[in-house]
Design a protein around this ligand. Structure first.
Ligand code: SF4
Length: 312
């Protein structure tokens, strides 16, 4: 058996659907509730809004443009990726008909809903599970956590706790059918490698299905940018981030799909770190290093997580 060193989203899709699958970002126009509390230190929506996405467009037009510009004949199927702001901040009875409309498209395999742990309404998991089951599609709820450490959550102005996150995970899991992804940031100021490892290991043991990882980026005109200009935000070098990944990836259970390893903020908005490297060559470099050092995802993860401890 030839196992991948990292279970990437494309590997997962080839295994599950027999083909690679795209993601089409969609915007429901729901503002993030954390904005009224100052927003997260690093957040500027324009930095992760793809050029194809125009907020004022109808959902049908957003999908049409996503197919035209992002799938571009490379992928025939896609996941609708609701990553802008906090889509689940909308009341469940208003949200469900919109999601049902998105899922109607035969090319759409399902939803990826990126949201805050404190924006999972009591009635949401069951309603969502019912909807996707009824359509025969998938739904991954991607919870932004960033770190399990209270001081880091406070520094980032997340305005939710690790307890809020755990509560959301348990309620989503109780509904069945739904999958859970967790978004983590590496290189949060003052976090040690041991703390990042603790976050990875803790989250990896929660029975989740996906992780999105990336390094902290300083985006122009954010609160983090102000701190960075004051010399209070050290950023990771490329070599430092690669070494960090080489240490952390073996602790992630092999059955968890890694949806992202690199940040891709708009170059015009990115202040630091500026590595001047595209994600393709970065991934190749990482894989080469893992091969040289004989490392793989899951190698050092806790037992009982569906992990291959040996490569076939
Ligand atoms: S929760 Fe997400 S969208 Fe809201 S401010 Fe934080 S990073 Fe931005």
């Amino acid at each position: 058996m030839n196992l991948p060193r990292i279970r990437t989203f494309s590997h997962h899709c080839r295994e599950r659907y027999g083909q690679t699958v795209g993601k089409i970002p969609l915007d429901l126009g729901i503002p993030c509730p954390n904005r009224s509390q100052g927003g997260c230190l690093y957040c500027r929506p324009a930095s992760f809004t793809p050029f194809s996405l125009r907020t004022a467009d109808s959902l049908a037009e957003q999908i049409r443009r996503g197919k035209q510009y992002l799938l571009r004949g490379r992928f025939s199927r896609y996941f609708a990726y609701l990553q802008q702001e906090t889509p689940t901040a909308m009341a469940t009875d208003r949200l469900m008909p919109l999601l049902a409309k998105v899922l109607k498209d035969a090319d759409c395999l399902g939803l990826i809903l990126s949201t805050r742990p404190d924006a999972i309404a009591a009635d949401l998991p069951e309603a969502l599970a019912k909807l996707v089951k009824c359509c025969g599609k998938q739904c991954l709820i991607e919870l932004g956590l960033q770190s399990i450490h209270p001081a880091s959550l406070e520094l980032l102005n997340r305005n939710h706790s690790y307890g809020d996150f755990l509560d959301a995970v348990r309620r989503i899991q109780a509904a069945g059918t739904l999958q859970i992804g967790v978004h983590l940031i590496l290189g949060i100021p003052s976090e040690t490698k041991a703390q990042m490892l603790a976050t990875i290991r803790t989250v990896g043991n929660l029975g989740i299905q996906a992780i999105k990882l990336h390094h902290l980026q300083v985006i122009r005109e954010t609160a983090l940018h102000t701190l960075y200009d004051q010399g209070r935000v050290p950023v990771l070098t490329l070599a430092g981030y690669l070494e960090l990944l080489l240490e952390l990836l073996p602790h992630i259970p092999a059955d968890i799909t890694i949806h992202r390893l690199w940040s891709t903020a708009h170059p015009d908005l990115l202040v630091a770190p500026r590595w001047q490297s595209l994600t393709g060559p970065l991934s190749q470099q990482l894989h080469r290093l893992m091969e040289e050092r004989n490392l793989w995802q899951g190698q050092l993860a806790d037992a009982g997580c569906g992990l291959p401890k040996e490569r076939g």
